[in-house]
Structures are given as structure tokens and as C-alpha cells.
Design a protein around this ligand. Sequence first.
Ligand code: ZN
Ligand code: ZN
Length: 219
Amino acid sequence: MLELIAPTRCAGCDLPGAVLCERCRAATKSIDARWACPRCGAPFGYLTCTECWNRELTFEAAIALGVLERPLSRCITLYKDAGERRMAAELGGLLAQALRPWDGWGQCVVAIPASKAAITRRGFDHADALAAVLARDLGIPHVCALSHARARDQRGLTRTERRANVASALVAVPGVLLGGQVLLVDDVFTTGATLDAAAGVLMAAGALEVRAAVLARAW
Ligand SMILES: [Zn+2]
Ligand SMILES: [Zn+2]
């Protein structure tokens, strides 16, 4: 019945029939981890990129499914802001495949939690739902290890303000003990500041190594 009123359309190109059509599914994966910066996942070759030469990152490495452009950018927007929650399984499954170069690495999956305001607005925590899919596909536990202390919603803040806001906002969930290798999940990697702050919190909570998995790499 629902299909009659609102037929399923591809999140990437509006083609009716599937949440993500075959063409967009293929186009969504636009970064090959073997040809990306091993630290930040930027798709400019297999050597550490020039940006990473001059920065200390707390996480060891990052893999992104693709570049933040269509159709992936549109999929993420529909997922986060238009309530297309079926994208969690679609994009999470593709991200799990993109993580193959790290096969066997990782003992748990932890998401960067959305702010309370964002969860209220969207009705769900988008990165947490992705983390659940990844954990299931990778066969490792999904641990809710991070929370917001006093986060303000990021919209309307400048990049510098966002960085300060995030750094002050993420805290470890009391009582959660982390060990070993933690796979940190978020939707978009822009400056890496959020992932870096989160990795710092996880290391302080007992993680030995943190790597990041994101849907898209933006600049
Ligand atoms: Zn499509
Ligand atoms: Zn880099």
C-alpha cells in the first residue's frame, strides 16, 4: 500500500524501484583505500597526504566509502535529514565492504553520537544506526562509549567554533571500559577534528588503537 502512495525511489537519482539503484550503488564507492592517504583517507594517492604531514592525529587511519559528491552526498542528506532510514543498511553495508583492507582488525564499533538537538530533530541517531549495521556485518560488538556533555547544535557555528564545541562536548560514557582496537564511525570526514577529539576520549577510556570509518570524505 505504501509503495502505491509513495513508491520507493533511488536516493541517488530518483529512479523508481529501489532505495539505491545499481548504478548509484556502484558510483557511491568512489575511494579505493589502497589509493588514499593511509592517515585521513583522502583520495590523492597511497602516500600520506601533505595535510597529514603537519598534523598529529589521534586516530591511526581512516577509510571513507567515497568522496562527498553525488550520488553519495544526496544519499547522506536523504538519510540524515529526510528520514530515509533504510539508507543505514544500504550505506552501512557498502562501508563494511570498503573496510576489507582492515580485515581482522577491530574489536568493537563506536559511533560519534549525534547531539541531543539533532536526535530530536531527526528522530534517530544516524551514525549510531550506521555503527549498528557495521558491527553486525563485521561480527564485532557495537558499544555506546561516547556521549555529549554539553553540546550545542553544530548548525550556525563557524568551523572553528564547531571544532571547539565538539572538543568540549564528547565524553566517555561512565562505566564503559574499552580495550584494544576501536573502530570509530561517523558520516562525513571534513577536517577530522571531530574524529580526532573522539579518538582522544576513547584512548583515555582504554582503547589501544582507534581507526575511523566514514561514509564520505569532504574538503
Ligand atoms: Zn540511482
Ligand atoms: Zn591525509
